[in-house]
Design a binder for this molecule. Structure first.
Ligand code: PHE
Length: 351
């Protein structure tokens, strides 16, 4: 058997943990020399056996110790090397982590939804790609109505049967056809028209409202809008004007203006001698209810539609509608909202 000192030298020459592992089984494992020696003990006399056994145990223990020490040493080395490699330079400037912002349109949709949900409206949705039937025909919009003109509507097929919805009103039809009255919904969503200037974008957002029940009248419509405008603009008083208008899907129809004044180049909503048109509304036309399979002898109600982008521009003082959709990060950083900011409306603080 090799001399013990040689074996111990072998252990101390090892450079990594894997080799140490291998060496350990070589020196102490089943086929190790020392193990063979142990096996031979049986053939010795008792005296000799005792002496030899104690000697072998001694050797074994020393090898074991040497291996353990080597293991600790290698471990330490490894950690030190790691620390050396992964050294953190604390003097480096921190890496900037850009914080996302909520787009004003998303913010306003959240605010609007929470205001209407407090008075019992739920949120409904429909697809951007609509049928000509839901977008026009079912909404009592005759074949020759100017809204159907190629200049206003993006048609998606030659037969003009499929289009990008020009308003959120088709969701009135979808909602009524897929359920039973009463209905009390708002519909925020994207809408499309061939139009683009400072206050019009080809893609914009609307909010539809529909309330159908027994005995609903214009008074309910007025009360609902009065409540909404006050909550949304966080004002106690609002001047509101219903102007007679025309929509094929409502009768009577009205457009609603709210009073405002200019102060240091900013619009102050609520009072003043100027009027700003913000929405269209009316009592849902009986033809629409019939198309949507609602019993007009029992049920009636109102609908309204407003421009969400317009509301966001007014509330947050944004001048150009087109900037909403340019995805300019600097713009979003300036006009966007922090994700954790809870709008005051959630708590109804304005009341
Ligand atoms: N859909 C109409 C528009 O886009 C708005 C509206 C909705 C008017 C509901 C009356 C009732 O102009």
């Amino acid at each position: 058997m090799a001399h013990l000192d040689e074996l111990i030298q072998k252990v101390s020459n090892v450079k990594d943990k894997l080799s140490l592992q291998n060496l350990k089984s070589e020196l102490l494992g089943k086929n190790s020399q020392i193990n063979q020696e142990f096996k031979k003990l049986g053939s010795l006399s008792e005296e000799e056996r005792k002496a030899k056994a104690s000697d072998l145990n001694n050797q074994k223990q020393r090898i074991n110790e040497a291996i353990e020490n080597k293991f600790k040493e290698l471990e330490k080395l490894e950690i030190n090397q790691k620390l050396q490699k992964e050294k953190v330079d604390v003097t480096l400037p921190a890496r900037e982590r850009p914080n996302g912002k909520i787009h004003p349109v998303s913010q306003v949709i959240d605010e609007i939804s929470s205001i209407f949900s407090e008075v019992g409206f739920s949120v409904a949705e429909g697809p951007d790609v609509e049928t000509e039937y839901n977008n026009f025909t079912a909404l009592n919009t005759p074949e020759n109505h100017p809204a159907r003109d190629m200049h206003d509507t993006f048609y998606l097929d030659e037969n003009k049967k499929i289009l990008l919805r020009t308003h959120t009103s088709p969701v009135q039809i979808r909602t009524m056809l897929s359920g039973k009255p009463p209905f009390k919904i708002i519909v925020p969503g994207r809408t499309y028209r061939c139009d683009s200037d400072q206050t019009h974008a080809p893609m914009f957002h609307q909010l539809e409202g529909l309330h159908i029940d027994k005995g609903i009248n214009m008074g309910h419509l007025k009360g609902c809008l009065d409540y909404f405008i006050k909550e949304f603009f966080e004002v106690k008083k609002i001047q509101m004007r219903f102007r007679p208008s025309h929509f094929p899907f409502t009768e009577p129809s009205a457009e609603v203006d709210i009073g405002y004044r200019m102060e240091n180049g900013r619009i102050i909503v609520g009072e003043g001698n100027k009027w700003l048109e913000i929405l269209g509304c009316g009592m849902v036309h009986p033809n629409v209810l019939k198309n949507a399979k609602v019993d007009t002898k029992k049920f009636q109600g109102y609908a309204f539609g407003m421009g969400i982008d317009r509301l966001a521009m007014l509330k947050y003082g944004i001048n150009d509608l087109r900037s909403f959709f340019e995805a300019d990060y600097r713009w979003l950083n300036y006009f966007g909202f922090d994700p954790l900011d809870v709008p005051t409306n959630y708590r109804g603080l304005s009341r």
